[in-house]
Write a protein that binds this ligand. Structure first.
Ligand SMILES: NC(=O)c1ccc[n+]([C@@H]2O[C@H](COP(=O)([O-])OP(=O)(O)OC[C@H]3O[C@@H](n4cnc5c(N)ncnc54)[C@H](OP(=O)(O)O)[C@@H]3O)[C@@H](O)[C@H]2O)c1
Length: 316
């Protein structure tokens, strides 16, 4: 089968012929239609985080996908050949086939194309778990989402607003109209003014998808007893104690049940995916270059939305 892989840290993505994966009894072999690019793919491949997130070289990136079940292991009963699915895998989805566990996939919403479906699993589940599992956000509360127009942020805005929260998002001005259209009550341009100087009220939950100084300054706007959930770096326990709040860095725990719940919202049109551009798998190296340069395929500045790799042409 064809797969895009890196042979060494810092190396180019190359489209190679590789052996088909061998299926175990508790696994499913999926024929991949699309996969999506996450910044973490590029970071891991660069080698800059090899001490904490090492990869086995040669490495096939890609943690999320959409596709059709090609073969089921002898112990798998829930799926049959041909089923349209989407989900996560740690086996490398920049490939024509990927091995997955039934515990991390769900039925693909029929309303979504395979390209749209591939863009969902990581961002939407991270947003859900960040808001509800870790942030314990409730109806009527106020949430501040840093990086609201990003892949995770755009689901967080939609899910929090649908759950009855007042949603304040930090983002670039160019994404303001988009954020209002998906449920943000207020958008603060992070280039313009420090959010802690602009906000008049304190918030119940901060979802920090940015880190660094943004996280540090977030303590100033969090109510006593509030929750700070971070996706990019650990949260200082000195700061949480000093401000009488709770805070932690979350790590996505993908689950079939969680993804199924999200699939139902997508199927109903309650939330929607956001695909910025689609590249063919053989152009994956160019997709990575464009992401690193923060430009779209046309060369203009990249705005919100996820980058998807089309692996196989869609079938009805
Ligand atoms: N811990 C986990 O389990 C987990 C899971 C998923 C993702 N993550 C991590 O979470 C982070 C966000 O992921 P993502 O996929 O949503 O990234 P993304 O799609 O690249 O979005 C990042 C967003 O942050 C905005 N931004 C940059 N600097 C900002 C600032 N100072 N203030 C406010 N917004 C700012 C960017 O806007 P502009 O482009 O306009 O600057 C962009 O819209 C990444 O670091 C990712 O690796 C962690």
């Amino acid at each position: 089968m064809k797969a895009a892989r890196v042979l060494e840290y810092g190396g180019q993505l190359l489209l190679n012929d590789v052996p088909m994966p061998t299926i175990e009894p508790d696994e499913i072999l999926v024929k991949v239609r699309s996969t999506a690019v996450n910044q973490l793919d590029l970071v891991k491949a660069s080698g800059t985080v090899r001490q904490i997130l090492p990869i086995d070289l040669p490495w096939i990136p890609g943690h999320e996908f959409s596709g059709n079940v090609e073969q089921v292991g002898s112990a798998v009963t829930a799926w049959v050949r041909g089923d349209a699915v989407f989900g996560t895998s740690d086996q490398g989805a920049y490939a024509e086939y990927v091995l997955v566990k039934p515990t991390t996939i769900a039925k693909k919403p029929t309303r979504l194309s395979f390209e749209e479906a591939a863009s969902v699993p990581i961002a939407a589940q991270t947003a859900w778990q960040g808001i509800f599992t870790h942030g314990l956000m409730e109806k009527g509360q106020t949430i501040l989402i840093h990086g609201g127009a990003g892949a995770v942020g755009s689901y967080a805005v939609q899910l929090a607003s649908r759950a009855g929260a007042t949603v304040i998002a930090t983002a670039s001005r160019t994404d303001e109209a988009y954020l209002h259209s998906i449920g943000a009550t207020r958008v603060i341009d992070y280039h313009d003014a420090p959010f802690e100087k602009v906000l008049r009220e304190k918030v119940d939950v901060v979802l920090d998808l940015v880190g660094g100084d943004t996280q540090k300054r977030s303590f100033e706007v969090l109510k006593e007893g509030g929750h700070l959930v971070a996706t990019t770096q650990p949260v200082s326990s000195e700061e949480t104690t000093r401000h009488r709040v709770s805070g932690a860095m979350m790590r996505l725990a993908p689950s079939a049940g969680g993804l199924h719940r999200i699939a139902q919202l997508l199927e109903a049109g309650t939330i929607r995916p956001d695909v910025a551009s689609v590249y063919a798998l053989h152009d994956a190296a160019q997709a990575w270059k464009d992401i690193a340069a923060n430009v779209s395929p046309s060369g203009s500045r990249r705005s919100h939305g996820k980058i998807v790799l089309r692996v196989a042409v869609e079938q009805a």
